[in-house]
Design a protein around this ligand. Structure first.
Ligand code: UT7
Length: 339
């Protein structure tokens, strides 16, 4: 028994924000951003648009791709849910007309797609569900200080979704095994200090006292994170390849979390994976956290970079710290370009 990917869809907000657009109010340049990150433009939610809207759009396309109008459960990986409470997944399930199925969020930042996929696969493996809609969705630009040049150029909004169904391990699209890990001793390297129970309880009551404005936004220590990202994704990739019995030469496409094109290339170099086997789409979308890997897979599938039968290595790293990797053989899927 295995969980098999039978549908894939994505969604991006309409608003394209170029580096030059950002640099009108940010102390940076297009050249710096493109050279240091590989990003030329990203999408950002418009006023009134939220993670739920992106998740619903991507979820609808994944269901269409799978040719289904019902699933047994909905899981949303997001670190930018519409509200601190409740989870966004029940609303997403409702908006998609999926009724009263179990639905919950999972917060694992940039490794959200790998953690969420493992969780969705677990529902099928345990017999809790025969099919799961799993969505990575983020409007994370709302969590970033637009005046902070360390973070503002990096993130973008979007959503990517897969439908999983019960199948057999030898089928194309069968997901797994996984390697997952975390290191909470480095949690402060990437964090939003305010808004959670730690900050609230410090005031002795439910209403927050004065909080420095910057604490409502993401804090990021770029350099140490960069080193961790390369080391963790490379080690995790090796671990999962060992587990499945593939060598690096068996990998046709490396779909690594799009944090920074230099990180993706450095991981590939560590693994001795040639550049032509490395999927990259960060230039147009930036770092979309939990939506990054499914949007990358969709982009590669639409562009013919990823074809049925390809052996794919998926790996991600992010806040927590947390990381994860898995493998699959690419299945026949109906895919629609995200515009
Ligand atoms: O998604 C998973 C979690 N996130 C990550 O894994 C992010 C990992 N880190 C990175 O991708 C990179 O560290 C960054 C893209 C964030 C930064 O790139 P970097 O090459 O590590 O730059 P840096 O922070 O070492 O800064 C180099 C210089 C500094 O100036 P000095 O001290 O050399 O004079 C910065 O002040 O670049 C300066 N700088 C900028 N200049 C123009 C930093 N940000 C900017 C900017 N525009 N936006």
């Amino acid at each position: 028994m295995a969980a098999v990917i039978s549908g894939l869809g994505g969604a991006l907000p309409a608003d394209v924000v170029t580096n030059d657009d950002l640099c009108r109010t940010l102390d940076s340049t297009h050249e710096w951003i493109e050279t240091r990150t590989g990003i030329s433009e990203r999408r950002m939610v418009a006023k009134g648009q939220s993670t739920r809207d992106l998740a619903v759009a991507a979820g609808a396309r994944a269901l269409k791709s799978a040719g289904r109008d019902a699933v047994d459960a909905v899981v949303v990986a997001t670190t930018s849910a519409d509200r601190l409470c409740p989870a966004v997944a029940p609303e997403v399930a409702h908006e998609l007309g999926l009724g009263t199925v179990p639905a919950y969020d999972l917060t694992s930042a940039c490794s959200g797609f790998l953690y969420g996929l493992a969780s969705a696969v677990g529902h099928i493996a345990s017999g809790v569900a025969d099919s799961v809609l799993f969505i990575g969705a983020e409007a994370f630009t709302t969590m970033v200080n637009p005046e902070d040049r360390a973070t503002a150029p990096i993130f973008g909004d979007g959503a990517g979704a897969v439908v999983l169904r019960r199948g057999t391990p030898d089928e194309p699209g069968a997901v797994g095994p996984f390697d997952l890990g975390s290191d909470g001793s480095l949690a402060d390297l990437l964090a939003i200090p305010a808004g959670g129970s730690r900050q609230r309880s410090a005031t002795g009551g439910p209403v927050a006292g004065p909080v420095p404005t910057e604490d409502w936004y993401l804090h990021m220590e770029g350099r140490p994170l960069y080193v961790q990202a390369v080391e963790r994704m490379a080690a995790s990739s090796r671990a999962v390849l060992d587990r499945v019995g593939w060598s690096v030469r068996d990998v046709d496409v490396f779909a690594g979390h799009q944090a920074n094109v230099r990180i993706v290339r450095a991981v590939a170099e560590e693994l001795e994976l040639p550049e032509e086997r490395v999927a990259v789409n960060i230039g147009r979308v930036g770092n979309t956290l939990a939506a990054s890997v499914p949007l990358l897979l969709l982009d590669a599938a639409v562009n013919g970079r990823l074809v049925p039968g390809n052996r794919v290595l998926l790996s991600a790293f992010g806040a927590g710290l947390s990381w994860g990797s898995t493998v699959l053989t690419w299945p026949e899927l109906r895919v629609e370009e995200v515009v």
